[in-house]
Design a protein around this ligand. Structure first.
Ligand SMILES: [Zn+2]
Length: 453
């Protein structure tokens, strides 16, 4: 039974005074999670009942980790508990820690506790015992301060600040921004979280490391395109053995292998693995190990994809629920439109079908209304050229599509042709012949219209 203490605290955000219940003993020997809670800032964190702010309560605390031989006491200054009472409490806690230990475990460190004045000081000592050097902590703190500076900077100052601190901005720095945004969300401040994420995007675009990350992801996209081409070249009648041959061809090229499994997950089913096992057992000894490794790697990749799609489905279902729960979801849809992807649309469509199957007319109408709103929001969110291509494709007749192009093509210029090409690539992979025909017609018309300018 943990020893709890009642303590009067004041919310640092709104000034509200309230009584909080905290645990003044963090004994890793009794409660292994205590260390993680301390390091993540959750130890004795409370939520202000008035404004919802989450913060750590400064209170007398004893931290004990027998494996690291750490006993640290903290008596924070400026709290509403007399010094004497704090000292008595700390004394009681140390006695409790010591009494729970077997006599042979009562070592010297127990009689010479270290002291910390602040939660941060306590965290530092715990990290130091883990081999985290003061330099590493200082580096982390500098990064944290830079995150704060960048988040507070104006749009005009941001490029200069990023340039000046370019050397400090690395992948961990970007990760730190993500963590900070998550914390803001958890503390009920979505506007701050949103602002941190948009600052992070700007930092990615402006920094050297961001440029590297962008180049990397372009390289990955290129690999995916090439692998997609290899898969398409095998044709619609490709067998599992064809996929195996392709995987063998990629062999050690893990990026290609990853792209292949990602693009053609269904081809790597239990039967595929059975065939691979047979092939492996029949292979000459020299080839066997290669095939075994390949099989293991493909199994890992399929498992990772299944886990991801499970997660994506769950996230989409949660987002849909949030839309449904909002009596007037337009704003919520607009703010979260970037989260609406193919998975979300599949989940939404499946929900509509299920509501119809169960003849739940109310729910089905609500879902369809949501569907229309989301499609409209997606349309508003499109690049103007893409929106225009969309309008052309959905024009009722070819003549109307032509007229649309003749009157509007000049507004978009050459970019329009690029957009037609990009859309054509997507349509071709879906094999929608009617759309493709309209698209080719529209592209020719646009080319003529632009040539006339
Ligand atoms: Zn408050």
């Amino acid at each position: 039974m943990p020893m709890m203490t009642r303590i009067n605290v004041q919310c640092p955000r709104c000034g509200n005074m309230f009584e909080a219940v905290v645990n003044p003993l963090a004994d890793v020997a009794q409660d292994p999670e205590a260390k993680a809670r301390l390091l993540s800032g959750q130890l004795n964190a409370v939520q202000c009942p008035r404004c919802g702010n989450v913060f750590q309560v400064p209170s007398p605390l004893v931290y004990h980790d027998p494996q690291k031989e750490l006993l640290i006491t903290m008596m924070p200054m400026g709290i509403a508990m007399p010094k004497q009472q704090q000292e008595k409490l700390i004394g009681d806690l140390i006695r409790e820690v010591t009494n729970k230990l077997a006599p042979e475990q009562r070592k010297g460190y127990l009689f010479n506790p270290r002291q910390a004045l602040t939660m941060q000081g306590l965290v530092d000592q715990v990290l130091q015992a883990d081999g985290v050097t003061p330099e590493m902590m200082e580096d982390q703190r500098k990064k944290m301060r830079l995150v704060e500076t960048l988040v507070q900077a104006s749009d005009e100052d941001l490029p200069r600040l990023v340039q000046e601190n370019d050397a400090m901005i690395d992948p961990q720095f970007l990760q730190l921004m993500t963590l900070m945004a998550q914390r803001m969300l958890a503390e009920g401040r979505p506007d701050m979280a949103q602002h941190i994420i948009s600052t992070q995007q700007a930092v990615v675009e402006l920094s050297s490391v961001g440029q590297e990350l962008i180049a990397q992801s372009q390289q990955q996209e290129q690999t995916v395109r090439e692998v997609a081409e290899d898969v398409r070249a095998m044709g619609a009648r490709a067998q599992r053995s064809d996929f195996l041959n392709l995987a063998m061809k990629y062999g050690d090229d893990d990026e290609r292998l990853q792209a292949l499994v990602g693009l053609a997950r269904p081809a790597f089913d239990p039967q595929f693995f059975q065939e691979l096992t047979v092939k492996t057992s029949q292979a000459p000894a020299a080839e066997r190990e290669m095939l075994e490794n390949l099989g293991q790697r493909i199994a890992q990749l399929t498992a990772a994809i299944d886990q991801q799609s499970q997660l994506a489905l769950q996230e989409s279902a949660e987002l849909l629920q949030a839309f449904l729960n909002d009596p007037n979801p337009d704003e919520l849809i607009r703010d979260n439109i970037s989260l609406v992807d193919d998975t979300f649309m599949a989940v939404l469509t499946a929900n509509i079908q299920e509501a119809e199957r169960q003849r739940d007319i109310g729910l089905s109408a609500k879902l369809k209304d949501l569907y229309n709103k989301i499609v409209a929001a997606l349309r508003d969110n499109m690049q103007p050229e893409l929106r225009f291509v969309n309008d052309v494709l959905s024009a009722p007749t070819d003549d109307q599509a032509r007229a649309l192009i003749q009157s509007e093509a000049a507004t978009y210029g050459e970019r329009l042709l690029q957009m037609f090409d990009a859309v054509e690539d997507v349509m071709a992979s879906r094999g929608d012949q009617a759309m493709l025909r309209r698209l080719q017609l529209a592209r020719e018309e646009a080319e003529k219209a632009l040539a006339r300018l």
